[in-house]
Design a protein around this ligand. Structure first.
Ligand code: GLN
Length: 526
């Protein structure tokens, strides 16, 4: 059985196609189906690894070290699956494959064109996971009408033509805006968007209306008539208090049954509603904890999407609400402002800008016994801070920021140059480490063997481990006994830095142990 659900979007971007798709995936999963999701992004970058998080949000890293769009994080969290290279595609990567084949002479003299060569490659990738799951949900990034999205839409059209009707379901997510002057919800943008889609040859089976207000029966009737979609297949997606409540709102509108009907699917097991109840608890809290993230992209929350989710989930498990604030590390009143929060988190990042601010923030947290959690670059900055301020290594630095520093406490290691990493010079994806017993990390993980995702070039320099341990910063986990993975300060309520990215492993029904430990410490600090 190979069934496909296509999700396209119209009117505006950022409508939450990923969340809608993942919510539908969740419902189908609760009916017993194996569901996977694939993202297609129409931009020319081969992967989002090189893209500015300001424009595109965080780079999500999969277990196999693929640098992907943040939607894969949504898929993983909703469906509790592990995604990989096959779950993410860009126009750049697709063109690269086709051009490489052309250079190799694989096309045997043919003129290589968007149709059929690019569209063939896209269609091949639609089926990439068909043997791994019952239903592939395929999200086409961008908005209908975008020039760069056309080959993808064309591929969907061809795929519909070439496959059985009851193997494919097509969903269009649109905006139904509220116009205050008229005190009305407007359906015209949806009508135009669906017209555009039909011009390309895609007839949607369902329209999901993103809206701030309830879409009543008469509006649904109107959308149904003008867009040629059955009325019960016009569904609303109101703004939700938590994204994890969306599957239940879809369930109440019968979306799962309508899809199963068209796809000729019978539920594989009795529908299990416990997931709904579990995620509902995410909204119940009796205390608030204020966490500040000191980073470079403070005014664009999507740049730290998985961290945000991880903090929220961890707090919710502790019956608290995490109020997450972002401070620009170059803010000149940074330290003064830090006094307003219960805990400090320094996330990953690249490049020199804002480093000194991060180091100051860490000194503040260390000296004032404020819970501190450093992730990747945040961990590296904590090593620099302790080197400079406790170990007396004046101007210690990472060679990323100061190539000639006398004390390169963070650097690209020689050992590392001999290791053949998946990302070339970048350590990407899952790596195991051994955690020392009697450490904070061990207490939180409850295990001495862990595996976490990485995305970095630089490492803590083992030559400085001795002096730093004497100064109070212990290395409590190593990869293969060589590469420091976790650092901690013992005489502190919570001071931990990790070379990896634990934020990618949180699930709404299972907080990550390090985030949970961090939030518990923050609650104790109130
Ligand atoms: N810039 C640092 C490195 O490359 C940290 C990377 C990160 O935080 N993801 O090692």
């Amino acid at each position: 059985m190979a069934k496909y659900i296509f999700i396209t979007g119209g009117v505006v971007s950022s409508l939450g196609k990923g969340i809608s798709g993942a919510s539908i995936g969740k419902l189908l999963q609760l009916h017993g189906f194996k569901v996977d999701m694939i993202k297609f992004d129409p931009y020319i970058n081969v992967d989002p690894g090189t893209m500015n998080p300001y424009q595109h949000g965080e780079v999500f890293v999969t277990n196999d070290g693929t640098e992907s769009d943040l939607d894969l994080g949504t898929y993983e969290r909703f469906l509790d699956i592990y995604t990989s290279k096959a779950n993410t595609n860009t126009a750049g990567d697709i063109y690269k494959t086709v051009i490489t084949k052309e250079r190799r002479g694989d096309y045997d003299g043919a003129t290589v064109q968007v149709i059929p060569h690019i569209t063939d490659e896209i269609k091949k990738r639609f089926t990439a996971l068909k043997n791994k799951c019952d239903i592939s949900i395929i999200e086409i990034g961008g908005t209908v009408g975008d020039i760069e999205g056309l080959p993808f839409m064309e591929a969907v059209r061809q795929f519909q033509l070439e496959n059985k009707k009851n193997d494919i379901f097509s969903i269009h997510v649109t905006l139904v805006p509220y116009i205050a002057g008229a005190n009305e919800l407007k359906t015209k943008p949806t009508q135009h968007s669906v017209n555009k889609l039909r011009e390309i040859g895609i007839l949607p089976d369902m329209i999901i209306c993103r809206t701030e207000y309830h879409v009543d029966e008469s509006l649904k009737q109107k959308i149904s008539l003008f867009c040629n979609v059955r009325k019960e297949c016009v569904v609303e997606a109101l703004n939700a208090s938590s994204i994890y409540c969306i599957p239940e709102t879809f369930y109440k509108q019968n979306i799962d049954s309508l899809i199963m009907q068209k796809l000729s699917l019978k539920p594989k097991k009795k529908f299990d509603k416990t997931w709904f109840t579990k995620v509902k608890c995410l909204n119940k809290f009796d205390k608030i904890v204020k966490v500040v993230v000191v980073g470079k992209y403070a005014d664009f929350k999507d740049a730290y999407k998985s961290i945000d989710e991880s903090l929220n989930i961890a707090a919710a498990e502790l019956k608290a609400k995490a109020e997450i604030y972002y401070l620009e590390s170059e803010d000149k009143d940074l330290v003064e402002k830090l006094k307003n929060y219960d805990a400090v988190l320094i996330p990953g990042g690249f490049g020199n800008r804002g480093i000194e601010g991060k180091i100051e923030a860490i000194m503040y947290a260390r000296e004032n016994k404020v819970p501190f959690f450093g992730i990747c670059l945040g961990m590296q900055c904590s090593v620099i801070e302790v080197s400079r301020n406790l170990a007396g290594l004046k101007n210690a630095n990472s060679t990323e920021f100061d190539k000639t520093t006398k004390y390169p406490v963070i650097k690209i290691l020689d050992e590392q140059k001999n290791v053949n990493y998946r990302g070339g010079t970048m350590r990407l994806g899952n790596y195991k480490s051994e955690v020392k017993k009697n450490s904070l990390a061990y207490n939180l993980y409850g295990s001495s063997e862990i595996e976490e995702r990485h995305r970095h070039r630089y490492e803590m320099n083992p030559e400085f481990v001795d002096i730093l341990e004497k100064s109070g910063l212990s290395v409590t986990a190593y990869h293969k006994g060589i590469l420091p993975e976790i650092v901690e300060i013992g005489n502190h309520p919570f001071f931990i830095g990790v070379q990896f990215h634990p934020e990618f492993a949180s699930r709404p029904t299972k907080a990550h142990p390090l985030f949970k430990g961090f939030i518990s410490a923050a609650l104790r600090n109130k």
